[in-house]
Design a protein around this ligand. Structure first.
Ligand code: CA
Length: 363
């Protein structure tokens, strides 16, 4: 086996030498070393939907590396509490973290840009911006001072506006509304007269059941039905204006990443990319049947937010976006980048995705 591998490498090297072909592949000498990493998440262990992404990531990396990189997943509270994931990975207590960047606005307000901006990019556009529009480079620059390398680690597609125990007929109904809604969406609700709170996923059901909150947003039908929110809330509102293309994050301790040979680094990057897309594919397939079940089997009352409420929330969101852009130099550069990308994507999507949706409806 070892001789065979050596010959193979020799053949590859010989076949590359004497040609002009360029290759950035380097042969590492420590290819037998086994790395054992810890991954901490903001989700409870094996939490449905979002919480399965870190497990998938760990399995993909183990399979692709033939067991040379083993990543043990710890749910929220097992090694560190949900909202200490960022610090734990930054300090190297764990090498990897999975969660959402908007949980860390206390570290830097600009982290909010990389989960979802209200009325911002959808999943397809977000992936385009991150991977081909300069977004990921800005995200890495932002996290550099925290000793972290971020990767996109999942996307749910457009979410639902959330579960409510009161009807929303006008902006008056937002006043005093106590809602679990993190990030910029939460700031918008606060400015509209509500009270936004950030509660980790594992505590949501009880918070709603006991009346600690009047409303909550989590994800979309496939994920929400698994958590039973229809048992503790009356109305299910759409659309998810606050999270049109939410990206989850995989964060890796920079020093730990640097110790990996280049092939394992490539495996980590490829596995993250696969997990990111895989989540979108799964939600795209499963939301449909989950919605039918919620409405037809569980009698959930599906409601659309009134146009005037959407218009007001959009107006507040635009103001908040501009204020956030003025928070720091890097926030301004991220805001300019995402804004210009959105303008172009909107123009093109008017004649592609949007035109196609309309064409399909009229048939
Ligand atoms: Ca959400």
């Amino acid at each position: 086996m070892r001789i065979g591998l050596t010959i193979l490498i020799a053949v590859v090297l010989v076949s590359c030498s004497g040609t002009d072909s360029e290759s950035d592949v380097t042969v590492d000498t420590n290819d037998d070393q086994v790395f054992e990493w810890k991954l901490v998440t903001t989700w409870p262990k094996n939490y449905p939907g979002l919480g399965l992404a870190p497990e998938n990531f760990s399995k993909k990396v183990a399979a692709m590396s033939n067991g040379r990189l083993q990543i043990k997943v710890f749910g929220a509270g097992q090694l560190v509490p949900a909202f200490e994931v960022f610090d734990a990975v930054s300090q190297g207590t764990a090498q990897v973290g999975h969660g959402a960047s908007y949980y860390w606005t206390g570290k830097s307000k600009a982290t909010a840009f990389f989960t979802s901006v209200p009325f911002g990019l959808n999943a397809q556009e977000m992936n385009g911006w991150l991977h081909y529009g300069g977004g990921l480079e800005l995200w890495r620059e932002l996290y550099d001072e925290f000793n972290l390398i971020p990767f996109a680690g999942g996307n749910t597609g457009v979410q639902m506006a959330g579960w409510f125990n009161r009807e929303i007929n006008s902006m008056e109904d937002i006043k005093g509304l106590k809602m679990r809604i993190p990030g910029l969406g939460g700031d918008v609700i606060t400015r509209a007269g509500g009270v936004s709170v950030t509660i980790s996923g594992g505590e949501l059901y009880t918070a709603m059941q006991t009346g600690v909150i009047d409303a909550l947003e989590w994800v979309s039908p496939y994920n929400d039905i698994a958590l039973g929110f229809h048992q503790v809330a009356k109305y299910y509102y759409y659309p998810g204006w606050h999270e049109p293309g939410p990206t989850l994050e995989l964060i890796i301790n920079k020093d730990a990443y640097a110790t990996l040979p280049s092939d394992l680094q490539a495996i980590v990057e490829t596995a993250a990319r696969a997990v990111n897309q895989d989540m979108l594919d799964e939600y795209t397939a499963r939301n449909n049947e989950a919605l039918i079940s919620l409405v037809e089997t569980h009698g959930v009352q599906l409601r659309k937010l009134p146009d005037e409420v959407i218009a007001e929330l959009r107006s507040i969101s635009m103001d908040m976006f501009d204020e956030l852009a003025n928070d720091s130099d890097i926030a301004k550069r991220i805001a300019d980048s995402v804004k210009s990308f959105q303008q172009q994507a909107t123009a093109y999507h008017e004649i592609s995705e949007e035109a196609y949706y309309n064409a399909r409806k009229q048939n």
